[in-house]
Design a protein around this ligand. Structure first.
Ligand code: ARG
Length: 256
């Protein structure tokens, strides 16, 4: 009898130990440092979702995963409206916004930016048979589609007498142009170029003129200078060890 009790006791002890070990593992997993990344994943080749609609792809996505790895963080990406990214940072819902976001004065009042990681600018797309629009000046008196909250929206509004139509995503602006709801789309040059190249869209063309020169940076909450430093250190490392160049070539050079 007492032997039986002893066996039962030992079995119980083993069960408790197994449980404790299990808990230990869970705890290890939950203390893994997580970097909450916000993006607006409709901006190829910087951020977009693959065919299956799940996996986040693009230059920015590869870059932030490499930055996270360098910093020892697990990267968790969520898809938000572009104009919701800075509010999400301010509310502490995300740690960093990586979304082809241009560093500018207005945004610097609200957030910190990493060092610049990509040089961009704004360009125009029009219908192939449109000979009336050749430069930004020609947009006067015309209807132009832009994405809400972007530098395109800000810049086009500065031109006189332009009817600006704002959309939630750049995909929507392209759709509006194809549907002839607008005369032109103003958007970031690499995104316009990628759209024309990848979509095989032959009814539209891109114009060469650039309205602005803009630098992309990763946006971070004002009260997280520590993260800004970690991200800049990681970016510097990736430049030094050739990882940045590899990611750049994957998205920009290989497609030419
Ligand atoms: N560079 C422009 C800006 O900062 C457009 C960025 C849009 N990004 C996006 N993922 N939709 O305003």
């Amino acid at each position: 009898m007492s032997r039986k009790l002893l066996v039962m006791f030992m079995a119980a002890m083993l069960a408790v130990m197994a449980l404790a070990a299990g808990c230990g593992n869970d705890k290890a997993a939950s203390t893994e440092k997580v970097l909450k990344v916000g993006t607006n994943a409709d901006f190829a080749p910087f951020e977009f979702q693959g065919e299956d609609g799940k996996e986040y792809q693009g230059f920015d996505m590869d870059l932030i995963r490499a930055v996270g790895k360098e910093m020892g963080y697990k990267v968790e990406i969520s898809n938000l409206n572009f104009d919701g990214l800075i509010p999400a940072l301010e509310a502490g819902n995300i740690d960093i916004a990586v979304s082809g976001m241009t560093i500018n004065e207005e945004r610097l009042k609200k957030v910190l930016f990493s060092d610049p990681y990509y040089q961009s600018g704004l360009s125009i797309i029009v219908a192939k048979d449109n000979d009336a629009i050749k430069t930004f000046k020609d947009l006067e008196g015309k209807k132009v589609a832009v994405q809400i909250g972007t530098t395109s929206a800000m810049e086009v509004k500065k031109l006189s007498n332009v009817e600006v139509k704002e959309f939630n995503s750049s995909a929507d602006t392209f759709m509006e142009l194809r549907a002839k709801g607008v005369d032109a789309v103003v958007n970031d040059r690499p995104v316009n170029d990628y759209y024309i190249m990848q979509s095989g869209e032959t009814s539209v063309k891109r114009l060469d003129e650039l309205l602005t020169s803009e630098d992309y940076g990763m946006a971070i909450s004002k009260n997280n200078a520590e993260l800004q430093k970690q991200v800049n250190d990681a970016l510097k490392k990736l430049h030094e060890n050739g990882e940045y160049d590899k990611i750049f070539a994957k998205w920009f050079e290989a497609k030419k």
